[in-house]
Write a protein that binds this ligand. Structure first.
Ligand code: VGL
Ligand code: ZN
Length: 202
């Protein structure tokens, strides 16, 4: 059992990020047994759920003439445009059936505002609007985070970097993560995480 000040943060293990899903990450579901095995070790367990309204501004389909994986300029910066995914209430948005969902102490939803995306579990993509997770973890006495889930180079990396920036001791367990890897985004994310003081554990 880990110390009481350690939390496991399980990022976006949802049907749409697993094989057959709208934004499938290669072998995304392969991490589920590892996560299930890890869950009982932690006294604090938080899951995140990407949770977009239909017509969300991160969807290519919301931008005339744009295709998925192109980018758009948003008021808060450049945004990658995605296939429609994790629409609130859809099967694709559900946490994967094989994941031991009942173990979650809290499930935090993000990306629910139409005009802004939220990769990080802590802040929306303007990097300033909080999700509330920091307060939850601090009031539970958490100081150390282990992050697992999907996708390494987007939601896991953003969450890890923000967690480190907030002063948490952050480890990403890479074996229990999978990446989208667009044009070298995995290498870039790994370098950014290291620079932010995140520990990358194989
Ligand atoms: C994610 C792209 C769009 C993720 C979420 O969970 O990494 N990536 N929405
Ligand atoms: Zn999303």
């Amino acid at each position: 059992m880990r110390d009481a000040n350690e939390a496991l943060i399980v990022i976006d293990v949802q049907n749409d990020f697993c094989p057959g899903g709208a934004l499938a990450v290669a072998n995304g579901d392969a991490i589920i047994p590892l996560i299930n095995e890890m869950l009982p070790e932690f006294s604090v367990k938080v899951f995140t759920q990407d949770w977009h309204p239909a017509g969300h501004s991160s969807f290519a389909s919301s931008h005339d003439g744009k295709d998925p994986y192109q980018t758009a300029k948003m008021p808060y910066g450049t945004q990658v445009l995605w296939p429609d995914h994790c629409i609130q209430g859809s099967i694709g948005a559900k946490l994967h059936d094989h994941l031991h969902r009942d173990r979650a102490d809290m499930i935090i939803r993000k990306g629910f505002r139409a005009e802004i995306d939220s990769y990080s579990a802590f802040f929306e993509n303007d990097r300033t609007t909080p999700t509330g997770l920091e307060g939850y973890l601090r009031t539970r006495g958490v100081e150390k985070l282990t992050l697992v889930g999907l996708a390494t180079d987007f939601c896991v990396a953003y969450s890890a970097i923000d967690g480190a920036r907030l002063g948490f001791d952050v480890t990403v367990w890479e074996q229990a993560c999978r990446a989208i890897d667009l044009d070298g985004s995995l290498d870039a994310a790994r370098a950014d995480m290291r620079a932010a003081g995140v520990t990358l554990e194989p």
